[in-house]
Design a protein around this ligand. Structure first.
Ligand SMILES: *Cc1c(COP(=O)(O)O)cnc(C)c1O
Length: 512
């Protein structure tokens, strides 16, 4: 989404023509050495005939400053956590310390090839090995695989591990995965992709998993249950140990969706609560810049009994050297990612954990919970309703409903979110969880100062007041962003939009 508030300067530069429109024949932005004559022939001979281009590539001819200004201008049309608070609930857009970048972009890492022999990358393997040990400690698990590239892939790995275990035990009729109705959409999707039937568990009147429903539904078909703690309402599932007991008694496994572990970090280890498989989103909890689709890392941690099913290979250490090993893992679910995961993300998490240490990680969760509850208390009850147990503090995030405004004046969560953009503030997650009408899910994170929390609450309350006095005004917002309201349905429909510049499109039509 494009949303920075316009200032005068930006308004002027936004009218710049596209690169292809700025192109002037013969203008050059580089000075590569020319090759001619036999040198050129020699170079051309290296390319198979079939792959040689028949016409020149139709690229714009531009000077270096033109290109630099174009891309800098584009970068300024966007919003980033380095510009301001970005309280996207569940997604954890915390500030990412720049020291982690320094290590992740070190040429010793970026210039290494994944096919290099392990002997030449001992340092990298050492860091990855140590990271997996630290994540084992944080999750309380026996063993970690760093390979999964995202939370969703971690969930998929977890589901495959359950399936493999069932096959080993010849319990192939364990084909049901229990998933609460408040879960992130990836949970049912991953379970279904792994071949399970997803059984939805309702929330009770407190916003927690309905334990009675779990009791009624478990059977010899239960493979396991996926649970997010705290759940997506920001509430701690206080019955988690009881639920784990019910699932375990029925022979199933407990899966912890730890995409967002900001409330438990350094305080509670998921495996101590009864979970058998855990995934952690390093790009959320452990501070890697994300959004826009990646890259991420969703390591999976398991208890001792499930270690043999982890994806291959794992990194081992014999006291002297580090190496990839799969020799003792005939029951592994197999390989799930090319090479060994997204190393850059893994390195950033390593720096983050090393920098904070045990006490620092505890402070992260403490501050994250404090920030969320502080912000919640500042919101006007006239505009925002807190579903479920109002007296109970939330964890690192909370969900309010804009239903009072919708019922009184027809203002929707979308209108409020779009209005925030005009204040130069990023909107919260809206319309998730699906169980709350006009949901606004807010996660300020531990990295925001109290002034920013005050500003955000002030903006939300002011917008609520405007809604009550002049709801039409909000429907016309945002006014000051690069683009206004998009037709989101149309924008996600591939055939209804063309991202090609016209000249290219005409050229390709005439070819066909
Ligand atoms: C983000 C998130 C996921 C999915 O993680 P990805 O890395 O986006 O695949 C799963 N569960 C919860 C609760 C999340 O917030």
């Amino acid at each position: 989404m494009i949303m920075t508030t316009r200032n005068h300067y930006q308004q002027a530069i936004w009218n710049e023509p596209l690169l292809i429109e700025q192109s002037q024949k013969g203008r050059l932005g580089h000075s590569l050495p020319r090759i001619e004559g036999t040198e050129e022939k020699k170079a051309l001979n290296c390319i198979p005939e079939l792959m040689k281009r028949e016409n020149d590539l139709d690229l714009p001819s531009l000077s270096e400053p033109q290109v630099v200004r174009h891309f800098t201008r584009l970068s300024q049309m966007n919003f980033a956590v380095d510009l301001g608070m970005y309280p996207l609930g569940s997604c954890t857009m915390k500030y990412n310390p720049k020291i982690a970048e320094c290590l992740a972009i070190n040429p010793k890492i970026t210039r290494s090839h994944p096919n290099q022999s392990p002997e030449t990358v001992q340092g990298i393997l050492k860091i990855l090995y140590e990271l997996s040990k630290m994540l084992e400690e944080i999750s309380g698990a026996k063993r970690v695989s760093l390979a999964p590239a995202a939370g969703a892939q971690g969930e998929f790995v977890g589901a495959l591990i359950m399936q493999k275990r069932n096959q080993e035990r010849e319990e192939n009729d364990r084909n049901e995965m229990l998933v609460p109705d408040s879960a992130h959409g990836t949970n049912p999707a991953s379970a279904a992709n792994a071949g399970f039937n997803v059984v939805k568990i309702p929330s009770d009147t407190e916003g927690l998993v309905d334990v009675k429903a779990v009791e009624n539904i478990v059977s010899k078909h239960t493979a396991g249950m996926m649970l997010t703690v705290p759940n997506t309402y920001g509430l701690f599932e206080k019955n988690v140990e009881q639920i784990a007991g019910i699932i375990h008694d029925a022979g199933g496994l407990m899966y912890y969706d730890g995409a967002n572990m900001n409330a438990l970090l350094g305080r509670v280890r998921p495996c101590d609560l009864g979970f058998d498989i855990v995934h952690l989103n390093l790009h959320k909890t452990f501070s890697t810049p994300h959004g826009g689709g990646g890259p991420g890392a969703g390591p999976v941690a398991v208890v001792k009994e499930l270690e043999e099913f982890l994806p291959i290979p794992l990194i081992e250490h014999d006291g002297e050297r580090y190496f990839f090993d799969e020799s003792n893992m005939p029951k592994s679910i197999g390989k799930i990612k090319d090479f060994y995961g997204n190393i850059g993300v893994l390195f950033r998490a390593y720096v983050y954990i090393m920098m904070l240490g045990e006490e620092g990680l505890r402070q992260v969760s403490g501050q994250a919970v404090l920030a969320a509850n502080y912000l919640l208390q500042k919101l006007s009850k006239k505009s925002y309703d807190l579903p479920y147990n109002q007296g109970l503090p939330r964890k690192h995030e909370f969900v309010v409903s804009a239903k009072p405004l919708r019922d009184k004046v027809g203002t929707r969560a979308t209108d409020l979110a779009k209005s925030l953009l005009d204040d130069g503030l990023h909107a919260p997650t809206i319309y998730f969880p699906l169980t709350i009408q006009e949901a606004m899910m807010i996660e300020p994170t531990e990295t925001e100062a109290v002034e920013n929390l005050n500003t955000y609450a002030g903006a939300l309350n002011r917008i609520g007041e405007i809604a009550l006095s002049n709801p039409n005004e909000l429907r016309a917002r945002p006014k000051f962003t690069t683009v206004g309201r998009l037709n989101e349905v149309q924008a996600s429909h591939p055939r209804s939009i063309s991202l090609n510049w016209r000249k290219i499109r005409i050229a390709s039509t005439s070819n066909t």
